[in-house]
Design a protein around this ligand. Structure first.
Ligand SMILES: O=C[C@H](O)[C@H](O)[C@H](O)COP(=O)(O)O
Length: 219
């Protein structure tokens, strides 16, 4: 089974967590694009969605789903998003598509984070396969990079990428993230960091994994 089919499998399974008459949170990325496509079958049952990226917003609107601003809602029933890495505890690295800050904001509004992944995203320790994205205010780029080196990482500027918030991304290699919550807070405390791609404070409550052996749900 190819990776796209596994993503589609996980995305379709997530529909069972979408309740009629609710506004849901929707993340971004290729797995979420599969989810948005599947959500078309329920578009008349939900009130709408809050999107974590301009790209997802556009795709939702194209399907005829109403998109709300995050400031218009006080709470969301569920937030559905992919991840670049996820541990058995539901800790994630996100931001491969540079949407990490809006994803953290929208997911923080939700009662439950449902993470949809294909099995290649499962790891025991964060940082094993994927560099950690950090969104940075442009004028702080060099300062933040030096601080990340002091923490043991090897940051690389993601050339040519500007986030939906007008900032830049540093991808940090060689981080073995043994204590995700502590690391998330430490990096977020560096002046000039908007947020980093560790999702430990806001971990996934439910992980849906698409694999050739069928879909697995980890709660
Ligand atoms: O910024 C992007 C997001 O965090 C995505 O959810 C993450 O990169 C996973 O994307 P994909 O489903 O394309 O692997």
């Amino acid at each position: 089974m190819d990776q796209l089919s596994m993503k589609k499998q996980a995305a379709k399974t997530a529909l069972k967590y979408v309740k009629p008459e609710t506004i849901i949170g929707v993340g971004s990325g290729s797995t979420v694009n599969c989810f948005i496509e599947a959500l078309g079958s329920m578009k008349d049952q939900i009130k709408g969605a809050v999107a974590a990226s301009k790209e997802s917003e556009k795709r939702l609107r194209e399907l005829g789903i109403e998109v709300f601003d995050a400031n218009q809602v006080s709470s969301l029933d569920v937030y559905i998003d992919g991840a670049d890495e996820i541990t058995p505890q539901g800790y994630m690295i996100k931001g491969g598509g540079a949407a990490l800050t809006r994803e953290k904001i929208v997911s923080s509004l939700a009662k439950k984070f449902i993470c949809i992944v294909d099995k290649s995203k499962q790891v025991d320790v964060l940082g094993s396969t994927f560099a950690l994205p950090v969104e940075v205010i442009p004028m702080a780029r060099s300062y933040v990079a030096r601080q990340l080196v002091a923490l043991g990482g090897s940051p690389e500027y993601r050339e040519g990428v500007v986030t939906d918030n007008g900032n830049v991304i540093l991808d940090v290699y060689n981080f073995n993230i043994i204590e995700p919550l502590k690391m998330e807070h430490t990096i977020n405390n560096i002046a000039g960091v908007v947020t980093n791609g560790i999702f430990a404070q806001r971990f996934a409550n439910i992980t849906i994994v698409g694999s050739p052996d069928g879909t697995k749900i980890i709660e």
